[in-house]
Design a protein around this ligand. Structure first.
Ligand code: C2E
Ligand code: CA
Ligand code: CA
Length: 865
């Protein structure tokens, strides 16, 4: 029996080097051997027998052969190499002189190792010194009690067995010490050697002496014992194989237990390489795993250069063949030098087993196992097969790790944009605020304007595309240390470490500019804007919650005031609660129908007739006085009060038409509709009922809808629009130019009027570009057969320009402010410059035709201006 698990792999040099230490141990043993040899009684006399030369040859050959007949039992940290060397040991002890015996032992073992095992020199020397010690210990013990020439008896047998056992166990312990130079744990190893190996040493020794002793008494008796010997040998062998299998199973179990402990990919990989190195007694194990995002996680045991031999990704061309393999592949040193082999050699690796790690769901990574050490220094097919159940377990564990990573990512990130979500943002920001209390930090809350309209008109897909592009632009605007997050919907937040108000405002400007560039969403070009609220720590709050709430208030303020960004101010806090009271008050106003409507004329630029009026809601708050529609309309929209509001405005507007009609004046009215109303399928019935109640022909009602509500293929909007069209009311596109600039989409819609937004009209005389926009809009509108209205006409200059450009109608403070019904009647009356013309067909009275004075601004109690 011989143990032989000398690892052979690159190690530190000098005294720390395990090789040097093994060499020193061998030298020490050599000295010890010489002392033993000197103290052996009767060194040149054999105990029994004749023909010492022939016996010596037999013993030497048997020792040599036993190097060949080694079979290995390897478990995790155990490598027992069993060989039938006990027989020549027993024979030599009895039938050779101690000197001849040790000589035969050395010669045989040396020849056997050279012929079949070729260990490195240090190991060769060490093994020989151990074998010598083993033989000498046995021989000294044996010969100390059994004198040369004494008869072979039962006592001889027992003493022989005992002496052999001591020699074998000592050798085992010495080898355990040598292994510990490489792998550590000297005490545990020696203890294990002494407690676990009796299963081999004791029966081995007893069996050998039982065979040899009777043989020497009476040669034919030896035959009797020779019969059970192979049997016992076989039993031991199969026991070894069983132990082998059993230890493999426990290894696999242990492996899945160890790697199953963690759900972190890195940890799984680290555990796996260590376990696999142990299991296969490999000096080098390297592993690469690709996570969900495709980022590689590496882990390595032993030679770190092995990492360079790993595939760089699932598509690494040099690994292409290996990665599609369904089983572990053995790459031999001697293989023709393919690219993969070259990489292995460059990494200082010879023979290796490589394993693609994958399952039905795809490739996860790859494993490389190299530098076999232990009794056998190259991997066998058996090793390769033993790797399989382990890697199967590994794949399961890695999948679990991936899934965990994915779940973790999903719990902290937004699915669509992959940005961190609110929870992650808050945790991150909170930490930042806690650690860096010295500096100021800014929080930006960003809300897109008109996102809901994009969603409603272009569908969710369009909305998603927009959000993705917005995300790209946000990320391109921020610095790498900033935290950008999507809170949901069209709400984003940015945490800027170390920023004060000034830096945050600059960033807000950059972000706004980036977002205001048009977006291309498939066919449609979309213009959106952002409202940004800023709060700065520690001035506006020292915790994340307060900062976010205050940035949110600032953001709403920016939205309300149509500004790009607002920095939080203390009075905003009060406004928020004011907003809630305001909502209750608005509800009350609607319940008591105390909302008023003012009317602003639209005038024909060519004939100078009043073509109609626009109804504008007015609300006088009992405490705060006049509230701007820019404040209460959004409030109504957000709180679901808009349906009720529209109905009341509509009723008052149609009542006015009825009133003028009764006076014999034919004036149509325009009512504004919020985007929400257009997807409200109750709307057409409500309007029809209103028209009927007021006894007004549908042709006298124009519905103003914003341009952005109209494009795209939102089916509901189209359905509502079509039923309104069937009703016979006119539809006008309001604020034209501020939303989507795709007139093409308008062509398919039942509209009859375009209102150019006042932002273009007001600056027309100043900037050429606005005039060009107005001009081309007028032309395009006309090409589509639409009436074109310019709103926000404040000066005679603008009005003249519009006329020269061919614009049909104009509306604005320069013509007439919005007025309450009575005031408008008075204005109509005092103008006195109407000519009454009978109109045919419409059933309405004559139209009013202001001839001269209509351009004079009329001072009216317009509360909105
Ligand atoms: P709008 O539909 O564009 O209405 C025209 C706005 O322009 C009115 O503001 C009007 O007072 C103002 N305006 C008219 N001429 C001029 C001018 O020469 N210069 C300037 N600077 N402004 C002029 P108002 O009444 O404050 O209404 C603001 C917005 O509130 C309206 O814009 C409309 O979108 C909304 N709104 C008003 N009434 C209603 C309503 O009953 N229902 C809905 N859904 N929205 C309404
Ligand atoms: Ca309007
Ligand atoms: Ca408008």
């Amino acid at each position: 029996m011989a143990d032989d698990p000398m690892p052979d792999r690159p190690s530190p040099t000098g005294l720390a080097s395990p090789r040097v230490r093994v060499g020193l141990l061998a030298a020490f043993l050599l000295a010890f051997d010489l002392v033993l040899l000197a103290s052996v009684p009767g060194p040149t006399t054999a105990l029994v027998g004749s023909h010492p030369t022939a016996v010596a040859v037999v013993v030497a050959v048997a020792f040599a052969l036993s190097e060949r007949l080694v079979f290995h039992i390897e478990a995790r940290n155990e490598a027992v190499s069993y060989s039938p060397s006990d027989l020549p040991l027993a024979l030599g002890l009895l039938a050779l002189s101690p000197v001849a015996f040790v000589g035969a032992r050395l010669a045989g073992a040396a020849a056997g190792m050279v012929l079949w095992r070729r260990p490195p020199l240090f190991k060769f020397a060490f093994n020989l010194s151990v074998f010598t010690a083993e033989s000498l210990i046995a021989v000294v013990l044996f010969r100390s009690v059994v004198a040369a020439g004494s008869a072979v008896t039962l006592a001889t047998w027992a003493l022989l067995s005992g002496a052999m056992l001591v020699g074998l166990v000592t050798a085992g312990a010495l080898i355990a010490v040598a292994i510990s130079f490489f792998e550590g744990d000297v005490v545990a190893r020696v203890r294990k050697e002494l407690t676990h190996s009796y299963i081999f040493y004791l029966p081995g020794a007893v069996l050998a002496s039982s065979t040899v002793v009777p043989f020497l008494i009476e040669p034919w008796l030896g035959l009797l014992f020779l019969l059970p010997a192979p049997l016992v040998w076989l039993v031991l062998r199969s026991h070894g194989a069983l132990m082998h299998r059993y230890s493999d199973l426990t290894d696999i179990h242990e492996f899945s237990r160890q790697v199953g402990r963690s759900t972190e990919l890195e940890e799984i990989a680290d555990t796996a390489v260590r376990q696999i190195a142990d299991h296969l007694r490999a000096g080098t194990v390297a592993l690469t795993v690709w996570d969900v995002e495709g980022t590689a996680v590496h882990s390595c045991y032993g030679n770190r250069d092995a990492l360079h031999a790993l595939p760089t990704g699932p598509k690494d061309p040099e690994w292409a063949d290996a990665l599609v393999a369904t089983a572990p592949l053995m790459i031999q040193d001697g293989d023709p030098d393919g690219p993969l082999q070259r990489r292995l050699v460059a990494a200082g690796l010879g023979q290796a087993i490589i394993v693609p790690l994958g399952d039905h769901a795809g490739l996860l990574g790859a494993l490389l196992v190299a530098n076999r050490h232990g009794a056998v220094e190259t991997f066998t097919d058996d090793d390769r097969d033993r790797l399989r159940p382990i890697t199967n377990q590994l794949v399961v564990a890695l999948r679990k790790g991936q899934l965990h990573l994915q779940i973790q990512h999903e719990a902290t990130h937004d699915r669509l944009t992959r940005l961190p979500n609110r929870a992650y943002f808050e945790a991150w920001a909170e930490q930042m605020l806690e650690i860096e209390t010295e500096r100021s930090h800014a929080v930006l809350m960003i809300d897109l304007d008109r996102f809901k309209e994009v969603n409603d008109t272009l569908g969710h897909h369009g909305g998603d595309l927009l959000l993705l592009q917005v995300t790209d632009r946000l990320l391109a605007s921020v610095a790498s240390g900033d935290m950008t997050s999507r809170f949901g919907g069209d709400e984003f937040a940015i945490f800027v470490p170390g920023a004060g108000e000034a830096e945050a405002s600059v960033l807000a400007e950059i972000v706004s500019t980036a977002i205001e560039r048009p977006f291309q969403l498939g066919e449609a070009t979309v213009a959106v804007a952002a409202s940004i609220g800023i709060a700065v720590a520690p001035h506006h709050g020292s915790n994340c919650e307060t900062l976010l709430r205050r940035a949110d208030l600032a953001m709403y303020d920016a939205k309300r005031r149509h500004e790009r960004s607002t920095v939080y101010r203390d009075d905003l806090e009060g406004r928020d609660s004011a907003r809630l009271t305001m909502l209750a008050d608005l509800r009350e106003a609607l319940a008591t129908t105390s909302l008023e409507v003012h009317f602003q004329p639209k005038i024909d630029l060519r004939t100078r007739e009043i073509s109609g009026v626009e109804a504008l809601a007015r609300w006088t708050h009992p405490v705060h006085g006049a509230v701007s529609p820019a404040d209460f309309i959004p409030l109504a929209e957000q709180s679901g009060l808009i349906y009720e509001l529209t109905q009341q405005v509509l009723d008052q507007a149609l009542a006015a038409v009825r009133h003028w009609s009764d006076l014999g004046l034919r004036i149509g009215v325009a009512v504004n509709l919020s985007p929400q109303s257009l997807i409200d399928e109750r709307l057409p019935r409500m309007i029809a009922a209103s028209l009927e109640r007021a006894r007004v022909a549908p042709g006298h009602l124009t519905l103003e809808i914003t341009e952005s509500t109209m494009i795209g293929d939102a089916r509901r909007t189209l359905r509502v629009l079509e039923s309104l069209d069937q009703l016979g009311v006119r539809i006008s596109v309001d604020d034209f130019g501020t939303g989507y600039s795709s007139l093409v989409n308008l062509r398919h819609l039942p509209i009859s009027e375009l209102k150019i937004d006042r932002s273009f009209v007001a600056d027309m005389v100043l900037g050429r570009s606005d005039a060009v926009i107005v001009k081309s809009t007028i032309d395009l509108g006309h090409n589509l057969g639409l009436t074109v209205v310019a709103e926000g006409v404040e000066t005679a200059e603008v009005q003249d320009l519009l006329r020269s450009l061919g614009c049909d109608l104009a509306q604005g403070f320069g013509l007439c402010r919005p007025l309450p019904l009575a005031k408008l009647d008075a204005w109509l009356e005092t103008s006195r410059t109407f000519s009454r013309t009978a109109e045919s067909g419409s059933g309405a009275g004559p139209s009013l035709r202001p001839v001269r004075h209509w351009t004079a601004p009329v001072a009216g109690p317009d509360r909105s201006g």
